[in-house]
Design a binder for this molecule. Structure first.
Ligand code: SF4
Length: 351
């Protein structure tokens, strides 16, 4: 969970009061904002906050040469020797597609036609049960225990892959809002549930959703305030996903029952978007290589959850960070090539 159990790097340990999703006041919980950004600033990084990148700029040689961005209503250009796009599963493909130009009419890094394709959430169904004794779901960190007993493919179950199960806290407002908006529970029934909030427990499924090329980000006809096409997201579960979800919900109810609870309701949720710029060795079937370097444009890197090829059945943050760390090591060890335009051009010709 990347939450400290002991003091580390000037940050205190967790005090276990919960409400982590609303922001961790003591800073015991990791976030890029409290750990990496201050460190980057100490090493001389400059952050241009409140700036919207509207386009990645491409030179005559086909390499990228910076970005165009809007800050406070004014448009600027930032020159760069290399560009790393880290704007997540929706905005990364959107920016690459919106950066289409004469040299790359279908968008940047898109010779495979796969920019924006194969996006995946996790199925994240919340299964609630009511107990005779107080549970007090607001206490402690949101996820307290994880089981991966059901993670691997089991041919007997009739679907590929599997899921993790999280013993999952729930804060009152979140529980009421999810029950109403996602489970359709309203009025007296919702009021009765919330009056007995302290007696409910929940287990959440983190289910692997299989990649499907029809699940994708494309550009919408609608424009945003910068005049740029918005992202249009298309997604639906496949048969395998539905069978996996049904199995996961039944397993949660079985566990809650065995623990003495009475199954109450299910919130059909999702979590963790992944995919859209898949990683791979073959430029025909992927967007970036194993170091997040675009197959098409040698000084363009895509480094975020969009490079995932499958979703797995577990929370992805640590994997995203590991990939980022490997990408950083690669950039450092290849800096002579990456920061020299002549050498980059040779590589572009070679491709
Ligand atoms: S319970 Fe959550 S919010 Fe509170 S200190 Fe621990 S990590 Fe931070």
């Amino acid at each position: 969970m990347a939450i400290l159990s002991a003091p580390f790097a000037g940050r205190p340990p967790c005090i276990n009061r919960g409400f982590c999703n609303q922001g961790c006041l003591p800073n015991a919980k990791f976030s890029t904002l409290i750990q990496h950004i201050p460190e980057a600033l100490r090493y001389g990084a400059e952050i241009l906050s409140d700036s919207m990148v509207t386009r990645i700029l491409v030179g005559k040689d086909g390499c990228v040469e910076g970005v165009e961005f809007v800050h406070d209503g004014k448009t600027y250009e930032q020159k760069a020797k290399l560009v790393i796009v880290s704007t997540f599963v929706i905005e990364t493909p959107r920016l690459l597609l919106n950066s289409a130009c004469g040299k790359y009419p279908d968008g940047l890094a898109n010779s495979s036609g796969l920019v924006g394709k194969y996006i995946m959430p996790h199925s994240g169904h919340d299964v609630y049960a009511k107990f005779d004794q107080e549970i007090r779901l607001y206490k402690g960190t949101p996820v307290m225990a994880v089981s991966q007993d059901f993670y691997e493919t089991d041919p007997k179950r009739g679907f590929a892959r599997g899921y993790s199960l999280n013993a999952h806290g729930s804060r009152p407002v979140e529980m009421a809002a999810d029950a109403a908006a996602k489970a359709g529970i309203w009025g007296k029934e919702l009021r009765d549930i919330m009056l007995e909030y302290n007696y409910y427990a929940r287990i959440t499924v983190v289910g692997e959703v299989l990649p499907d090329i029809n699940n994708c980000v494309t550009l919408s006809d609608e424009k945003d305030e910068y005049g740029l096409p918005r992202a249009l997201v298309s997604f639906s579960y496949g048969d395998n996903d539905r069978r996996l979800i049904a199995h996961g919900i039944a397993k949660c109810n079985e566990i809650l029952n065995a623990a003495g609870g009475t199954p109450a309701f299910v919130v059909p949720d999702t979590a963790h978007l992944l995919g859209g710029c898949r990683m791979g060795k073959d430029p025909n079937t992927s967007v970036v290589n194993e170091f997040c370097r675009s197959h098409d444009i040698p000084n363009l890197f895509i480094c975020d959850a969009s490079v995932f090829v499958t979703s797995g059945g577990a929370n992805p943050t640590e994997t995203i960070m590991a990939i980022a760390s490997r990408t950083a090591d690669y950039i450092i060890s290849h800096r002579d090539e990456l920061f020299s335009r002549d050498k980059l051009m040779l590589k572009a010709v070679h491709h």
